[in-house]
Design a protein around this ligand. Structure first.
Ligand SMILES: Cc1cc2nc3c(=O)[nH]c(=O)nc-3n(C[C@H](O)[C@H](O)[C@H](O)COP(=O)(O)OP(=O)(O)OC[C@H]3O[C@@H](n4cnc5c(N)ncnc54)[C@H](O)[C@@H]3O)c2cc1C
Ligand code: FES
Length: 257
C-alpha cells in the first residue's frame, strides 16, 4: 500500500565523486518494499518542486530505514544532498512494481550501469541461488564494498579503465561468455537496449528497469509513458513507467522510440 509519510534523515554521506547515500526512517515502508520499487521524495523547503523519484537501494527492516543512493544533477538532488541528520522530508512509497524474482532459476545475472546500480543491491540480497553481478561505471566505482559482501561473483567495468575491465559491461559479459537463466538489469537506456539484444540472441529472459521523467508517480498524469509491445497482441501500447513499471520484460519494450 502506498504511504505518504514525513520521514527523518537518519544518515547522509557522500560516497563517490557525485554520489550520495541517504538513510531515511521509514516505519511501515521498509518492511514492505520490493527490490526495484522507488520512493517519491518531496523536499519540504521546495514547495513548488515536484517530488523526485529515487530507487530503494537497501531496506533495513530492523532499523525501519530505507537507503537511497543518488547523483546530484539538478535542484532537487542538490537540495537533498544538503539535508542533515534529524531534518525531515516527505516521501511517498513504495511505488512501482519492482523486479519479479524467479526463485527457480539455477543462475541469475544482475547487470547494472551508472545510477542504475543502486536498486540492484537490495535485489542481489534477495535473489536465491547462484548469481553473477556485472557492474558498469563511467569512472570510479561506488557501492562496490556492499556488492562484494554478497555471495556472488562481482565483475566491474569502467569506461575509462580506472578500475576493472576497460570497456562496457556488455563487452565484459562477452569476454566472460556470461550465461544465466534470467537477467535483471537497471541502467541507462542505451545499455538496456544493447542488453536486451544480447539477451534475445541467447534466449535469456530479461527484466529491465526503465527511467522516465515523472510528475505524480502514481499513474495519474501520464507524463512517464513508454511504448510497450504486449505479447500476443499487434502493435504497441503506452504504459506508465511509474505505475505499470519501472520494471518490464525487455522483449516487450519498444526500443526504437
Ligand atoms: C523510477 C526512477 C528511479 C530513479 N532512481 C534513481 C536513483 O536511485 N538514483 C539517482 O541518482 N537517480 C534516480 N533516478 C533519476 C532521478 O529521479 C533524477 O536524477 C532526479 O529526479 C533529478 O532531479 P533534480 O531536481 O536534481 O534534477 P532536474 O533539475 O529535474 O534535472 C536535471 C537533469 O537531470 C535529467 N533528469 C531528471 N530526471 C530524469 C530522469 N528520470 N531520467 C533521466 N534524466 C533525468 C534532466 O533531464 C536534466 O538534464 C530515478 C528516476 C526514476 C524515474
Ligand atoms: S508520473 Fe504521472 S503517470 Fe507516471
Amino acid at each position: 500500500m502506498k504511504k505518504m509519510i514525513t520521514t527523518i534523515v537518519a544518515e547522509q554521506a557522500k560516497i563517490g565523486e557525485n554520489c550520495w547515500s541517504i538513510w531515511l526512517q521509514a516505519p511501515g515502508i521498509a518492511d514492505n518494499v520490493q527490490p526495484g520499487q522507488f520512493v517519491h521524495v518531496k523536499l519540504n523547503q521546495g514547495e513548488k518542486l515536484l517530488p523526485r523519484p529515487l530507487s530503494v537501494s537497501e531496506a533495513d527492516r530492523e532499523r525501519n530505514a530505507l537507503r537511497l543512493i543518488y547523483a546530484v544533477v539538478g535542484k532537487g538532488t542538490k537540495d537533498l544532498s544538503r539535508m542533515k541528520e534529524g531534518e525531515s522530508l516527505r516521501i511517498l512509497s513504495p511505488l512501482g512494481n519492482g523486479f519479479e524474482i524467479d526463485e527457480t532459476a539455477s543462475k541469475s545475472l544482475i547487470v547494472g550501469g551508472g545510477m542504475g546500480i543502486p536498486p540492484l543491491l537490495e535485489l542481489a540480497r534477495r535473489i536465491p541461488g547462484k548469481k553473477e553481478i556485472y557492474l558498469g561505471y563511467s569512472a570510479t566505482p561506488f557501492l562496490l564494498e556492499e556488492f562484494e559482501k554478497e555471495d556472488a561473483q562481482t565483475h566491474v567495468s569502467t569506461d575509462d579503465g580506472c578500475y576493472g575491465y576497460c570497456g562496457t559491461v556488455i563487452e565484459r559479459m562477452n569476454q566472460d561468455k556470461a550465461l544465466g537463466d534470467i537477467i535483471y538489469s537497471c541502467g541507462p537506456r542505451p545499455m538496456l537496449k544493447a542488453l536486451s539484444a544480447w539477451a534475445k540472441e541467447r534466449k535469456i529472459p530479461a527484466q529491465v528497469s526503465l527511467e522516465e521523467r515523472m510528475a505524480c508517480g502514481i499513474g495519474a498524469c501520464l507524463v512517464c509513458t513508454c511504448k510497450i509491445a504486449m505479447e500476443k497482441e499487434d502493435g504497441w501500447h503506452h504504459r506508465r513507467v511509474c505505475a505499470d513499471g519501472p520494471v518490464f520484460w525487455s522483449r516487450e519494450v519498444v526500443w526504437n522510440d
